[in-house]
Design a protein around this ligand. Sequence first.
Ligand code: DLL
Length: 439
Amino acid sequence: MQDLTPDPSTLDPEERAPREQLLEMQLTRLRETVAHASHNVSFYKRALGEAGMQPQDIKSLDDLRRLPFTYKEQLRQNYPLGMLAVPRSQLLRIHASSGTTGKPTVVAYTRRDLDTWSSLVARSIRAAGGRPGDLVHVAYGYGLFTGGLGAHYGAERLGCTVVPASGGMTERQVTLLRDLRADVIMLTPSYMLVILDEFERLGLDPRESHLKVGIFGAEPWTEEMRREIEQRADMHAVDIYGLSEVMGPGVAQECVETKDGLTIWEDHFLPEVVDPVSGDPLPDGEVGELVLTTLTKEAMPLLRYRTRDLTRLLPGTARPMRRMERIRGRTDDMIILRGVNLFPSQVEELILGIPGLSPHFLCVLSRPERLDEMTVRVEARPESASAERRERMRAQLSERLKQALGVTVEADVIEPGLLERSLGKAKRVLDLRPHPPGG
Ligand code: DLL
């Protein structure tokens, strides 16, 4: 694989700024954001009043923890545009979050917000190893989802040639990738697997494509999955993070030269990690829920937004800004099986440790009697699909699941191609229990 480390002279000045300078900039921007939110969003005026806080009370970055949290539920209560800090006529774009239940969460952008977003995605693509002049194939969905358009404008901003493929029509994706000789591909890791399978189905070797790097996000994935994609496609695989409420993709990006977690673009977002239950701030290095405060957003500033994503903060390496470890899962995706907490990403790790198993899997939860049960349904790879081989892998996987998770989990190794493929975010859990907790 090529060395794609960017030339330091091409980085944004903020990306290289010493920490003291960054902290000063964060404090100034935090004060401006709190003032902007409290003057222009009645929700924040009230919330800050109840917390006994005035914008001028922000004297240091430590005062952040005196601000109230913002929860997704509150954004829903203010549907559609109750959190706006500018008149509607100043909006240039509206997106909506991928909420699968109930009303979506609507998010909005001014001209300056779109400009910031494009420049942060451009920065992210460069950190991933993309360069001006590269051909970028965007297979994140276009539309209300922030993935497609977010990646698109960022790639254009960097000076790349963009192919707005969106998701779906997988055979055509392969044709375009080969014929246009894409250098960079941006899509969910689970859809990348579908595209790799399609190369193979067509008798083509993905290692012979021109791709040098894939920028994967919008759903949890693992180191094992990175290895799988890098080996099958002979390209770098790096992680991009974001969420619609806060902006979209480009809140944090993994640097290709280190591949050690995601650098948070701290000049625009102030991160904290808190205990998901008590809300108490945790020191850097401890795992908890990521909380983000926007520092430059005009249309919808957010104070201490509870992302529900679990990670930990780490010191900077490739850049002075702090990193976060790859997201393990969301508090609301956590499976509680007979008292044991687990995430689909742990299951993915174990599956990919067994050579004949494919990364296509689903955790099926049921309650045949009084106790909850989980079956991990996973496809065998085509070359390992004989009944005998599948039975051996089934026994091996259920043994490893039991050892790693400390609870008995059934495994079911099925023939290739039986599970539904996703064109965007993969569904990893099928809950067939009569009354799922919280449901
Ligand atoms: O998924 C934005 C995005 C698009 C990010 C393309 C990266 C690439 P939402 O649909 O609002 O926005 O979903 C946000 O997706 O809170 C995480 O739970 C999850 N997520 C996003 N990126 C990652 C990642 C977009 N790299 C929610 N790893 C977030 C794990 C991720 N989970």
